[in-house]
Each structure stands twice: as C-alpha cells, then as structure tokens.
Design a protein around this ligand. Sequence first.
Ligand code: ISE
Length: 343
Amino acid sequence: MAETLQVGIIGTGVMGQDHARNFASGIAGGQLVAVADVNAQAASDLAARTGAEHVFSSGEELIDSGIVDAVIIAAPDRFHAGLTIRAMERGLPVLCEKPLAPTAEEAAEVVRRERELGESLVTVGFMRRFDPGYLALKERLVSGIDGALLMTHSAHRNVDAYPDGASSDTITNSGIHEIDTLPWLAGNPITQVQWTSGKASSLITKRLDPQFYLMTDAEGVLHTVEVQVQAQYGYDVRCELVCETANVELPRVPTLVDQNPVLVSKNLAAASAYPADWRPRFAAAYRAELSAWVQAASAKRIPEGAATATDALRATIVANALVESMNNGGARVDVPAIEEVLG
Ligand code: ISE
C-alpha cells in the first residue's frame, strides 16, 4: 500500500461530489486518485475538478483496476451491497454511503460475506455519529448525569429530497439516519416499530409526506420520529432526549457557524439562516468521518464509533419493519433479531 491511501470514489451524485470536494481541500493521509460513474462525462468532470487521475465508467472496473487502496461507494442505494461485496472480495476497505442496502436480505448478504472472508473492512456512512451535536448528546447519556433516558423526539426535515422516491424510500433513505442514530445514542436495539401518517402535503404526490414513526427499544424507551422530504423552509434536523432529571436537545436553530454566527432579533423578528440540505449542516461530521476512515482504512480497520456492516444491517432490518408496518395499515411490527435474518 502506498504511504498515502489511494482512494477511488464510485458515483458522482451529491455525496460522491461532496467526498471528492473534501479530498480536494485536503484530507491527511488520503488522496483521491480515481472516479467512476456510468455517466463517463460526469466522472471526467468530477475528476478534472478534484485532481483525480483515473476515470472509469463503472464501479466494478474501478474496484478491479488494482490502482486503489480503498473505495467510497456513493452510487444509488440499490447498488451499494453488490459493490461493497466486490470491494471486500478484493480486500479493499470501503466507506459505503448509507443505507448499506434498502433491503435486509441484501444487507445480510454483505454481513454473511464479511464473516466468510473473516475481515471487517466495511464502514457505513452514518455520519451523524461524527456530528459534534450528536456526540455531545451521547456523551451526556453515557455520563448518566441526567438520569435514565425515557423518551426521544426527533424531526428530520428536508427542503426537497429526491422527489421521485416512493413512501418506502423516505424510510430507507432518510429515516434510516434516525433508525441508526437513536439506538446508537440510547445503547439499546429497536425491538418494535409502528409507522403512521396523517394529512399529506399537496406539494408531493409520489409519496406520503410527512411520515411518523414510533419505535420502542429493548429498554422500553420510546422514540418518536417525524420525517419530511418536502418541508420547503429549510433543512432542519432535531433531536430531543427526555431524561429523568433533564431534557437535552440539539440547538433548535441550526448551528451553521459561517451563516449563523449569531441569532439576529430585529424589527420585531428573529432571523437565522437554514441550510438548503444536509451538506452544510453536517459538513463537520462528513469531514471528521472521512478523516477517521482514511486513517483507519490505511491500517485496514474501521474507525472507532463508526457504523459497521452489522450496525447497518440492523438499521435496514428496522427500516424494513417500518415498511411492513406502512404496508399493513400502521400495524405494530416486532423487529426480528439480526441472527434470525442472517439465518
Ligand atoms: C439523504 O440521502 C441523506 O443522507 C441526508 O443526510 C438526509 O437528510 C436526506 O433525507 C437523505 O435523502
């Protein structure tokens, strides 16, 4: 392996571009050397903008090329599992964007293959685990200073995320963040879920929006989650912990230090800017995640605290249970144990 980790990015959509931009602005110990996309022009353009030397018109070619030490998979969700397995089989550390797969069956295939190969090379990009706000929430919970955790309330609102998706995509592509983050915070797996929705926005016809999830974990902690893909006003992620002696939450007004150094109250109004999507809101988390992954991948490890393939399988199992609840009129669904799914 070269001294600097030679990285290839597969997929030149929003996240492929964001990771490439981060490399271009400097990530210690790592260098972007290759970009792949079925849209060869998009791959060439991104490579030209970010200084990557090699361009491929498929992820498989990049993985098989022998010129990269590690890969970032930022292709559409349905390709994640197949590409991850191919990279693992070549012994390449992977940072796969979330979800590991939209279905538990595909995600389980990755974990089975990982177990057969006997090496854990897969990190899944649940970047909120690197966000200073979520980390501070976790630190407080672990300290026990506020007593036991009783409930959590989350909201996840996008300006206009993937308007072509179906209702189930809201769960597997957007809500999957809360599905990963909440048990990570609480330290307990989700054991039962219930999906519901009420009056739907007229602004989006292809899926029910907003959606609401009630999830119970192994300790009986209730987690309520609202997910909206067409909220219009701004990208807004909220999380509140209800503990025995305190309530602790992420700052209500999103902390974008460059845009919101202060909250201005003037002319009978208070004003602060909202980000248009997740990239500025989680910029620090994405950089921290990438830096930690580059360091860990160089030693063929997974960064401390990051989501493993097994964590990501667990998230997809819960997401699929919510889809089942949605398809069954909002019935309560027990979440199967991971070993049951792995068979
Ligand atoms: C998107 O794919 C992301 O991962 C964002 O973090 C999330 O907020 C958004 O809802 C998803 O569509």
